[in-house]
Design a binder for this molecule. Structure first.
Ligand code: F6R
Length: 243
């Protein structure tokens, strides 16, 4: 695990964006794993800027998102489908057929999850996976106790995650879906590179336990200690509980 600490979240996001850009320049057909939430927003803004101002070309890139809520239509303002189009895809000319996001409205969730795994495999695996971290240590929506060998599947969000994500639903916890589809930890660990971003004091304990604590299913991000190419981009607040 390589830990990169920058003064601000913006500086850390720009440093992470450079890693993504380098990969896309070296491998224009790169397969990117993407995350939602507030953490990657500045990283996505920087990629959009590089696309506009520096001709960073995403036209041959393939993307796979980590997760999606169950029961939200694609058009719902809080669906991850909507989030990704608003905050990235609409601005960088990724081909629609190259975009993959778990289908939260799939009539057969298990079949849809198995098909998602097959699509990742057919694409040759994920070259670079972007991750945030939950205050409970989740990556994707692999909540504490998730198996390290898990694959894309349905998960129930913890109370903590529902509370954390209520801010996206106007503070209304009852509107936050209780279930989601998420890539598994096994899926994430097969990505050739993992970039985890964490900002703010709210993430400091989870970051410290993931970097310096025991590798444990109770702290899912700690599994990255076993990944051969995992980089953590932190601001000073998220790094503040490290020894
Ligand atoms: C989102 C995801 C989650 C978030 C995590 C942090 O696709 O997989 O693991 O990265 O919940 O969320 P924010 O960035 O909103 O603090």
């Amino acid at each position: 695990m390589e830990v990169i600490i920058k003064k601000s979240a913006d500086a850390a996001s720009i440093a992470a964006a450079r890693v993504v850009a380098r990969l896309v320049q070296e491998k224009p057909t790169a397969v990117l794993g993407l995350a939602t939430g507030s953490t990657p927003l500045k990283l996505y803004k920087e990629l959009i800027r590089m696309h506009r101002e520096e001709d960073l070309d995403f036209s041959r890139v393939t993307t796979f998102n980590l997760d999606e809520y169950i029961g939200l239509e694609k058009t719902h303002a809080q669906s991850y489908y909507h989030f990704m189009h608003e905050n990235l895809f609409n601005h960088i000319h990724v081909k629609p057929e190259n975009i993959h996001i778990p289908d939260g409205m799939a009539p057969d969730v298990a079949a849809s999850c198995a098909a998602y795994e097959q699509q990742v495999a057919d694409a040759g695996g994920i070259d670079l996976q972007i991750l945030g971290i939950g205050s409970d240590g989740h990556v994707g929506f692999n909540e504490p106790t998730s198996s390290f060998t898990s694959r894309t599947r349905i998960k129930t969000l913890t109370r903590q995650t529902v509370e954390d994500n209520a801010r996206f639903f106007g503070g209304a916890e009852h509107q936050v879906p209780r279930h989601c589809i998420t890539m598994g930890i096994g899926t994430i660990m097969e990505a050739r590179m993992n970039l985890l971003l964490a900002f703010g004091e709210r993430k400091a304990t989870a970051v410290a336990e993931s970097v310096e604590g025991a590798v444990s299913a109770m702290m899912p991000a700690s599994v990255l200690q076993h990944h051969p190419n995992a980089k953590l981009f932190l601001d000073e607040a998220a790094a503040s509980a490290l020894k």
